[in-house]
Write a protein that binds this ligand. Sequence first.
Ligand code: URA
Length: 239
Amino acid sequence: MQLRLDKYLADLSVDTRSKVKLLIRKGRVRVNNEIAKKPETKIDTETDTVTVDGRKLVYHPFEYYMLNKPAGVLSAARDKKQPTVLDLIESDRKDLFPVGRLDKDTVGLLLICNDGQLSHHLLSPSHHVDKTYEVRLDGMLTEDDIAALEAGVDIGDDEITLPASVEAVYEDLSHVNITIHEGRFHQVKRMFLTRGKTVTFLKRLSMGSLVLDPALSEGEYRPLTEAEIQQLSAFGGTK
Ligand code: URA
C-alpha cells in the first residue's frame, strides 16, 4: 500500500499528523536511510524502511480507533438510510468495523478496527471482558435492587445474568456505574427494567483494558496508542 509519510507515521501512533510534520522538518525521520524532507513523500508500506531517531518502524496492516459514539448513530458498518459510526471515521481503509454494538441512543466508548481476531476475542462470550457503563435512571435504586443486579437477574434469556457490580459514585442512586462481563442484546437496559427502572442515559466508559479518553467529545475519535494496542492484544489480537 502507498501512503504519505505523515499519515504513515500518524497511523503508527508516532504522534499526531501535525506533530509528525515537525519531526520530518527537524530531519529526525529517514526513509531508506535518507533524511525525509517532505510529509507528502510516498511510502510503500511493503518495501520502504522508515526510521524515527534511528528507531525502525514496522508497519502493521491494522488500524484501531477509539470513538466516543454520539447518540443517533448506528453501530453498524454501513447503512443506506441512517448514519453509522463508520461515517465518522476518516480512513482510506475499507475493512474497518465496530467491535460489538451499542444501541443507537447509547453514547461512549466504541472500538473501531480491522483486526478480526482481536474483535472475536473481545466479543467471545467465554472471555467475559468487563464493560463499564454510566447509567441514569428514571428512579432511585434501592439497596435490594443493587444486590439483585449484582447477583444476576432474569432478563428473559435462558440464563440469568452473570454477577455484575454497581458503583454508587454520583449524587444519588438514580445515577450509577455498572460493570458487566457479558454483552447480551440491550443487556444493561433489560437488567434495570427487571427492577422497574428505565434507563434514560447510557454511556460506555470502558471495555477490558480500554478506557474512554475524557478528552474526546461525543463524535470525536483518535487512534489507539501503542500501549493501548499492546494491552488489548493481551486479549488475543493478532498484532
Ligand atoms: N446495554 C444496553 O442496553 N445497550 C447498549 O447499548 C449497551 C449495553
